[in-house]
Design a binder for this molecule. Structure first.
Ligand SMILES: [Mn+2]
Length: 254
């Protein structure tokens, strides 16, 4: 699994090549391997659309080879949709008036990505699942437990997200963006309980997430990160190495 590509398709390709999942022609050579991508394809780096195009192509090639590539929803996919659909429309939030356009600009949204979005990209974005349970592994983008409010099973959460991502109501999409942008629910004194609550509700014995850059949490530069971070009494693993900050694009095996 891999996460938080943030507009750097070349970084993802280099990491996949190192694991023999793609070759020097950028083609899938992973055979029947399963690759899970934990969200955040857009913003901060220049080529979010390039990341999505790459994921769509590799998913087709992987499937043809008997493998699988599944890309989950990150908060930046919600932001990309929100900016496209609602732009500078004023949204009333518990924190006051907000707009996707302002948030998008503050989060290093890339004008070139908005310009290049096609119906095909938009439909793909709206179909992203938010969670997956793979054997005993619960996969999510953000280290938050708000997922528990969206359904009592993985399927219910993904059904809710499918609906919410198609909404014509800016406040509904904003609440999704806002919820998935929070972080650190599995850290600190209540972190283990929060992780156990997620696992009790959705199943599995271990959570994997992206979204929170390991080096930022640990107080070291992203480039100093060498591998994923296991924490919360070893029930949670963070895998975002901070690619856009010069950190590694971690490809983590179960
Ligand atoms: Mn994120």
């Amino acid at each position: 699994m891999v996460s938080d590509i943030h507009g750097h398709p070349e970084g993802l390709l280099a990491a996949l090549r190192e694991k023999d999942l793609t070759d020097q022609d950028e083609a899938w050579v992973g055979g029947d391997a399963q690759l899970w991508v934990l969200g955040d394809y857009f913003d901060r780096g220049p080529d979010g659309v390039g990341v999505v195009d790459l994921l769509i192509r590799l998913a087709v090639e992987a499937e043809a080879a008997g493998g699988q590539l599944t890309a989950l929803l990150g908060n930046h996919e919600v932001l990309t949709l929100g900016k496209h659909r609602f732009g500078a429309i004023t949204i009333q939030t518990p924190q006051g008036e907000r707009s996707f356009a302002a948030s998008w600009a503050r989060n290093d949204g890339q004008a070139a990505d908005q310009k290049r979005l096609t119906e095909h990209h938009l439909n793909w974005l709206m179909e992203r699942p938010g969670m997956a349970l793979v054997d005993e592994h619960l996969l999510i983008h953000s280290d938050v437990d708000v997922y528990r409010q969206w359904g009592s099973t993985v399927q219910e959460v993904n059904d809710y997200l499918l609906q919410a991502l198609h909404t014509s109501d800016p406040e509904t999409l904003w609440s999704l963006w806002s919820a998935l942008t929070k972080r650190a629910a599995f850290q600190g004194l209540d972190g283990v309980d929060a992780a156990q609550g997620m696992l009790a509700q959705f199943g599995g014995s271990h959570i994997f997430h992206g979204h929170s850059i390991i080096g930022e949490d640990e107080g070291w530069p992203a480039s100093a990160t060498k591998g994923p971070k296991h924490y919360a009494e070893d029930t949670v693993t963070a895998i975002d190495g901070g690619l856009f900050l010069g950190g590694p694009c971690l490809v983590v095996e179960f």
